[in-house]
Design a binder for this molecule. Sequence first.
Ligand SMILES: Cc1cc2nc3c(=O)[nH]c(=O)nc-3n(C[C@H](O)[C@H](O)[C@H](O)COP(=O)(O)O)c2cc1C
Length: 339
Amino acid sequence: MNLKEIREIARQRMEGSCRLCRVCNGVVCAGETPGMGGVGSGAGFQNNVAALQRIRLNMRTLHDVMEPDLRVELFGLQLDFPVLAAPVAGMGLNFPAVGTEEDLARWAVVGAKMAGTLGMSGDGPDPTTFPSGLRAIQHVHGHGIPVVKPLPLQDLQPKIEQAEQAGCVALAMDIDAAGILMMRRAGYRVGPKTKAEIADIVASTKLPFILKGIMTADDAEKAVEAGVAGIVVSNHGGRILDHTPGTAEVLGEIAAAVQGRITVLMDGGIRSGFDVMKVLALGADAVLVGRPLTVAGFGNGEQGVCTQLLQFRDELERAMVLTGCRTLADVGPHVIRQA
Ligand SMILES: Cc1cc2nc3c(=O)[nH]c(=O)nc-3n(C[C@H](O)[C@H](O)[C@H](O)COP(=O)(O)O)c2cc1C
């Protein structure tokens, strides 16, 4: 099935939760959370897409780069290309009456493994969410990263142990879920964390620990000092705090602050392999993609996610040839310009 066919099926299955716009930019679905939209005015989601649209790629063709090497090593694992499936959870909440929570996680995690890369699973107010994601990761013998909510360490302990027993590649926390009222009302003690609390979590597990939802250089510095293995520069796809900047607006200063001490990932508004190129040029080691892969999953399950990821790979490969980058290490600020 090609991507056009995949999207046609997804359009029918996602009726009522996503309109599959020509450009997935958060305009039509502004305020649709639950659903696929951004929170409130939708500005955070829209800023993600707009920030990437403002960046141009410098075409360079006088060189001998024919077959670029897209491989990247992350958390001790070699991936064929630097595009990961972001955690997207909440089937019942965001996409009523379509599939199971485990389907949603399996499409991302198994589809990413099929494509030669890595997927993540999410968590939420429904207690079956985290175990569903973990089961999807167990399908591929631990080849995935589960994401936990920012709960107190004692509440996290069982999930940390389950992730370790499943042999997961790493463990992540979407620290930006600190203010999710729905979780608090459901009795979960989610909240912000101090540097010392993050350091305690890092010390409590042998898995590399990743903080997802970093938007300032200041927080990135604290994360490094707390001993995390990586951060994801992310505003949760604009679904948490209205009026956040686009992630591509802040990535440069965050990468400069981190100075290669830990892995830097970024997500938000990435819609093609050409966007991936821009994000790598701004200083990320790899990227996460959310909504486009979820749509592909609704269209054709894990195979749909794999097909969409391979399209990102092919576009990135083309971008590397046309900017003269032999390896990902060659991708730098010289390949982009701001409009
Ligand atoms: C429906 C939906 C559910 C999501 N669930 C989670 C989640 O459980 N945990 C998490 O860390 N991020 C979650 N995210 C955020 C994504 O991981 C990611 O940060 C975001 O979608 C990236 O932006 P993009 O969709 O524009 O690529 C969710 C996003 C969407 C659209």
